[in-house]
Design a protein around this ligand. Structure first.
Ligand SMILES: *Cc1c(COP(=O)(O)O)cnc(C)c1O
Length: 391
């Protein structure tokens, strides 16, 4: 990556996201004792704040792992070989989670979302209605799919499950959007939620989370867990505190996450969600403007289903790879590449975590300038449209 010689290079990929200087400073510390003393108190202090962010009075465990690790942790506790799992596909990530379940021996069924849209609750209801024997043990879905940019209505899907009275565990991946958009685990009837620290939680990659409701914990208790590392039980009820990480604590990550959560508490969750909605609205205003009469458009058709954490933009015959290269090499902004889609005709703008108006307007300005340098077919004035959306 070309580095800015003046000013800052902005990483506008949808995770890992910009690390606040406060978090970097908090992590820049000598090593401490992990067995007793202040680190234990700090670790204990993380759990209530994480649960508040997740909207749960249930249990929370912290894994030294990325999102894929946290996925596997959740599966290892409730899925046994031969169990049936329903994956609600809406892009890349629920499918990846389902593939892990398959590798662990589960029988995986997949329900595809309609093209350019999120999970259809009515289709979920219809599919579950066919499962008269209640064979499906768990339903896997993402709240925001980082590839397609879709936001799934987790409450509406819960209602579809309840309409059938289906007892499956409802398991939701909030890795892309925890701390960006509202999520209420208990109120919305979610049994397991999976998250990681490097997106909305503004901490360098390396720790992931499982939030666990009573029903999921009861399943774990009833069937045991074949993995000593992923097992929730000793982490939730540790004989000694060292066991909550199944070994050495991720010391500097604890300092970093503590600082990031402090920043979130200072801003307040409602303000955080409002900021993400505002900035996402500015991005969408620019994209809609650029697309008038040209090939640029949204990957997700309905405005209400576009996420406030990441926007996936289709560019038709405009070379998105060249666009990203100009932005990165000449204009100090790294855009996200299309994943699971043609990288030459898709790019993504991450607007999650430690972002503000100048970062987003600067990114949109850089994209507009790059499009102009390329001689691309687009409607100028997207940045003005973004400013108007903010003002
Ligand atoms: C980033 C992401 C993941 C994967 O997380 P890793 O930390 O890269 O393993 C999974 N699901 C969603 C929705 C994501 O955004």
């Amino acid at each position: 990556m070309a580095q800015a010689t003046t000013g800052r290079h902005f990483l506008a990929i949808p995770g890992p996201t910009v690390i606040p200087d406060r978090v970097l400073r908090a992590m820049n510390t000598p090593m401490v004792n992990i067995y007793e003393g202040p680190l234990i108190e700090m670790t204990k202090s993380l759990l209530p704040d994480l649960k508040m962010v997740a909207g749960t009075a249930g249990e929370a465990v912290i894994y030294i792992a990325n999102g894929h690790g946290a996925w596997e942790g959740a599966l290892a506790n409730v899925i046994a070989p031969g169990d049936e799992v329903l994956v609600l596909e809406s892009g890349r990530f629920a499918v990846g989670w389902g593939a892990q379940a398959a590798q662990m021996g589960a029988v995986v069924h997949t329900l595809d979302a309609p093209p350019r849209a999120g999970v259809d609750p009515a289709a979920v209801e219809a599919q579950l209605r066919e499962d008269t024997g209640h064979k499906i043990k768990a339903i896997l879905v993402v709240q925001v799919d980082t590839a397609t940019g879709v936001w799934n209505d987790i409450q509406a899907i819960r209602k579809a499950i309840d309409a059938v009275g289906h007892p499956a565990l409802y398991m939701v991946d909030c890795i892309a959007c925890l701390g960006c958009v509202p999520f209420e685990m208990d109120e919305w009837g979610v049994d397991v939620m999976v998250a990681a620290c490097q997106k909305g939680l503004m901490t360098p990659p390396g720790i992931g989370f499982n939030f666990i409701g009573e029903k999921a914990m009861a399943v774990r208790k009833a069937q045991g867990c074949r993995s000593a590392y992923w097992d929730w039980e000793p982490r939730v009820n540790p004989e000694m505190y060292y066991r909550i990480f199944c070994g050495t604590a991720p010391v500097q990550h604890i300092f970093g996450l503590r600082e990031a959560l402090d920043m979130m508490m200072e801003e307040g969750m409602e303000s955080i969600f409002a900021r993400h909605a505002r900035l996402a609205g500015a991005v969408r205003a620019a994209v809609a403007h650029w697309g008038q009469g040209g090939p640029i458009g949204f990957n997700i058709a309905e405005d209400a289903a576009r996420s406030d954490a990441v926007t996936t933009i289709t560019t038709g015959d405009i070379d998105a790879a060249a666009l990203r290269r100009i932005c990165e090499d000449e204009l100090c902004v790294t855009l996200g590449l299309g994943i699971g889609m043609d990288a030459n005709s898709v790019f993504r703008i991450g607007h999650m975590g430690h972002v503000n108006e100048p970062m987003i307007l600067g990114t949109l300005g850089a994209v507009e300038l790059a499009l102009s340098k390329m001689g691309a077919s687009f409607e100028r004035g997207g940045v003005e449209a973004a400013v108007a959306a903010l003002g």
